[in-house]
Design a protein around this ligand. Structure first.
Ligand code: PHE
Length: 452
């Protein structure tokens, strides 16, 4: 398809909003706190930030460059830029990652819908952390409601994707992101003013390096990739809709900064409250769903707050699910030459099937375990830590070694006003530092602790 005929983002702000909308989501608000909690707090946070800067931004630049230069989907992009080679397999891995992520992500996005309803019904009121934990466990272990909510998520995602890029994706994200930030800050203020909250801040900000294992380093890298939506072609796909007049570097910085601030704010929402409310025993995927209702109860206007908060978290999740589905749909549509409608239907239905298995793995299918993980746990772990990590590795190797510095800079410098030295530094990181760092973490974990 010629580049003129493709749909595209209409403005710089539109691109940032859509890509930041992809980045900001459950990865920040739900996954970041629980992974940070399980991997040592402050020291994990430092490694996370280190990886966002050193790996996240260079991979994001690479993806945008690959996407815009090729004007194609995640697989098509490699086919166009490296014809006759096997590089398209990197795109294929990305499509698989999108599939797996959307499957379990839909589960959690569905939970937020249940929590909107519960917030409306005032069902958190008067409950202790233990009781909130029990009700979370009972809900997620049931069958009908979690699956129903997941289907709602998938249908809504499919419906937005059907409307195309500028009409669907761009419009929705532009309005909602700023509102979410305001609400998160309000919850942070309540969380840090709860009596006994200081310990939580200490946990989040005082690094204790004795807690760091190789696996924690891999998890920090995986979380950085997951949260920034890099390593699987979402930003190749979005990059293909970006016009030449838009400076990529500034866009990447804005996205990375926004995403990281929201992750840290989510940590400030959760950990002080967790320590103050005495819910330390609640970990894992239930963390925010148990801690935050506790905070809302102790806030003036907490009832309304809880409702709006879960609505916005759901919408943040939706701007991420659409970017995941778009990766698969853009590929189906362009490579298999089918209509957007058909591509959306096939992708939505097939991902939902895997998604339901993830959802049921908290209840009926909880007995199915592989490497000591449930289906959901495995999808969560494998996608971020293996698929995205290796995806990021291959993407920087492709950009640094196959595409090459001059083509990278030629594309990256379009409309870009920064000092050319900065682009040279990024090209150097892409070629040398990022591949070595990602490779070292992956090999270190694999050989020393085993991948799972
Ligand atoms: N970055 C999204 C989040 O933090 C998740 C995501 C990962 C979206 C990969 C697209 C691609 O919620």
């Amino acid at each position: 398809m010629s580049s003129q005929k493709r749909d595209g983002f209409t403005s710089k702000f539109g691109v940032i909003a859509a890509a930041a909308g992809s980045a900001v989501g459950l990865g920040n608000i739900w996954r970041f706190p629980y992974i940070t909690g399980e991997n040592g707090g402050g020291a994990f946070l430092l490694m996370y930030i280190f990886f966002v800067v050193l790996i996240g931004i260079p991979v994001m630049m690479s993806e945008f460059v690959i996407g815009r230069r090729s004007g194609s989907n995640a697989i098509g992009a490699f086919r166009k830029l490296a014809p006759g080679t096997s590089w398209w397999l990197v795109g294929l891995m990305g499509i698989i990652a999108a599939f797996v992520i959307l499957a379990f992500y839909g589960t959690v996005a569905g939970w937020t819908l249940e929590y909107i309803v519960q917030a409306f019904q005032n069902s958190f009121s008067g409950k202790s952390q233990t009781e909130l934990g029990d009700s979370f466990n009972n809900f997620t272990a049931s069958t009908f409601r979690p699956v129903l909510w997941q289907m709602v998520v998938m249908v809504l995602t499919g419906a937005i994707i059907l409307r195309g890029v500028s009409k669907g994706i761009e419009k929705v994200t532009k309005i909602l992101m700023p509102l979410l930030v305001v609400l998160i800050i309000a919850v942070c203020i309540r969380s840090v003013t709860l009596p006994g909250s200081a310990k939580g801040l200490e946990f989040l900000f005082k690094p204790d390096f004795s807690k760091i294992t190789f696996k924690a380093v891999l998890m920090a890298l995986g979380q950085a990739a997951f949260s920034l939506s890099v390593g699987m072609g979402a930003l190749i796909t979005y990059g293909s809709y970006v016009k030449k007049e838009i400076p990529l570097l500034g866009t990447c910085f804005s996205i990375a900064v926004t995403d990281t601030i929201i992750a840290i704010l989510s940590g400030i929402m959760v950990f002080p409250a967790l320590f103050a409310l005495g819910g330390e025993s609640v970990g894992g995927p239930g963390l925010v769903f148990v801690t935050l209702p506790g905070v809302f109860q102790s806030m003036p206007g907490g009832y309304v707050f809880g409702i709006i908060f879960f609505i916005l978290v759901f919408l943040a999740a939706l701007t991420s699910t659409i970017s995941l589905l778009e990766v698969v749909v853009a590929y189906f549509k362009e490579d298999l030459k089918i209509s957007r409608l058909k591509a959306t239907l096939i992708a939505t239905v097939s991902i939902s099937v895997l998604g339901v298995l993830c959802t049921l793995s908290f209840g009926k299918l909880s007995y199915i375990k592989l490497f000591d993980k449930t289906i959901f746990g495995l999808a969560d772990y494998v996608s971020a830590n293996i698929l995205l990590t290796f995806g990021a590795l291959f993407i920087v190797i492709f950009t640094g070694w196959y595409l090459g510095k001059s083509k990278f800079i030629e594309e990256a410098k379009l409309a870009c006003k920064v000092n050319p030295v900065v682009l040279n530094v990024i090209a150097f990181i892409i070629k040398w530092i990022a591949p070595i760092a990602i490779g070292a973490v992956a090999i270190g974990t694999f050989f020393i602790e085993g991948l799972m």
